[in-house]
Design a protein around this ligand. Structure first.
Ligand SMILES: Nc1ncnc2c1ncn2[C@@H]1O[C@H](COP(=O)(O)OP(=O)(O)OP(=O)(O)O)[C@@H](O)[C@H]1O
Ligand SMILES: [Mg+2]
Length: 325
């Protein structure tokens, strides 16, 4: 097994007597995208700042290793391996995009010629060549965000922290940013991403953790998280009322929608479940006119996990996710 890019044990941080992080464990495998979700104030930025050495962890935290280096004893080595794009832009508006890039190259002690090459290359990759000689204050929000990330990449970091990289971007710019992130991962970079957009985590993340009340409320792949909460069902629609009644009798647990001649059968959407539903219909000699599988989306998961605990039992009402909100 290779060393994880990030391994944090019992991460703690308090402000005054308020524990923001109360023993958070995080492991991020190299070359993957890990997404930290959570409501405003949950501690996402605090986590990013600790892991990127910008603030110190609480004294009672366990061992934290980033890029294989101990954060407590070797923060310089951690800093050399990472790049951080904060929630709020680090772009200096008074100078041009190119000058911002060259400033970063200087901070990384790149030789002049190498710095120019890297800056030009990144400006090209981030589609900022035409704007490179204009003051960054004249850039749109999306351009500033791209410049921000381009600046983060100057030192060729192996691990990058992106704190809400697409907040405020229009859908096209957001998709462009996703392509950029996918490109980084394809190059073997590890991405630690916080976001308010659950679809973003769904699209990009190999693993997702939901931060709530100082701890990780749940962690897994998007699919695993969706399976944690009720709401998945198979919907069967009929045109023949007799077939509808026959199916309703055959499928005891179904929720009936008399008006639409439809049945909602609680289901995890898995093959075995579908088989069993189809077998029962077949045994009752009824045929549905339409069958659709509905799985809860990450929004449902987010509401369930951050709004008062995980429900223990899947419920069999038509819109069970409402019940947990
Ligand atoms: N320097 C500070 N001093 C006191 N409290 C702080 C400080 N920084 C953060 N906090 C508090 O810690 C909590 C977590 O803040 P943090 O910025 O990490 O949340 P977040 O999950 O990033 O939220 P958002 O989604 O709004 O960005 C909040 O209650 C915040 O008020
Ligand atoms: Mg934040």
């Amino acid at each position: 097994m290779t060393t994880p890019a990030i391994a944090a044990n019992r991460l703690r941080k308090s402000y005054g007597d308020k524990a923001v992080l109360d023993g958070v464990d995080l492991t991020v495998a190299e070359g993957t995208v890990f997404s930290l979700l959570g409501p405003n104030g949950a501690g996402k930025t605090t986590t990013v700042k600790i892991l990127s050495t910008l603030i110190s962890p609480g004294p009672d935290s366990g061992e934290i290793r980033v890029a294989g280096h101990d954060l407590a004893t070797d923060p310089q080595a951690v800093r050399a391996a990472i790049g951080v794009t904060g929630q709020f832009s680090a772009v200096d508006g008074l100078i041009t995009g190119e000058e911002n890039m060259l400033l970063m190259a200087d901070l990384h002690h790149l030789p002049r010629r190498e710095g120019r090459r890297v800056a030009a290359d990144l400006l090209e990759r981030f589609d900022l060549v035409a704007a490179a000689k204009k003051p960054a204050s004249t850039y749109s929000g999306g351009m500033k965000r791209r410049l921000d990330i381009a600046m983060t990449l100057v030192g060729d970091p192996r691990i990058i922290f992106l704190d809400e990289p697409t907040t405020g971007l229009d859908p096209r710019s957001r998709h462009n940013m996703w392509q950029i992130i996918r490109g980084l991962v394809a190059d073997g970079v590890t991405v630690f991403l916080t976001t308010q957009y659950l679809e973003e985590a769904d699209q990009l993340a190999d693993r997702i953790a939901v931060l709530n009340d100082g701890g990780i409320a749940a962690e897994g792949t998007a699919e695993e998280l969706k399976r944690l909460i009720p709401g998945g069902h198979v919907r069967l629609r009929f045109t023949d009322p007799a077939a509808y009644r026959g199916a309703a009798a055959a499928l005891g647990a179904a929720v009936r929608d008399e008006e639409a001649l439809a049945l909602n059968v609680p289901s995890d959407g898995g093959q075995r479940d579908l088989h069993s539903i189809l077998d029962r219909l077949h045994a009752a000699s009824v045929e549905a006119d339409e069958l659709t599988v509905h799985t809860p989306d990450l929004d449902d998961v987010f509401f369930a996990l951050t709004g008062g605990g995980v429900p223990q039992q899947p419920q069999q009402s038509e819109q069970p996710t409402e019940a947990v909100r």
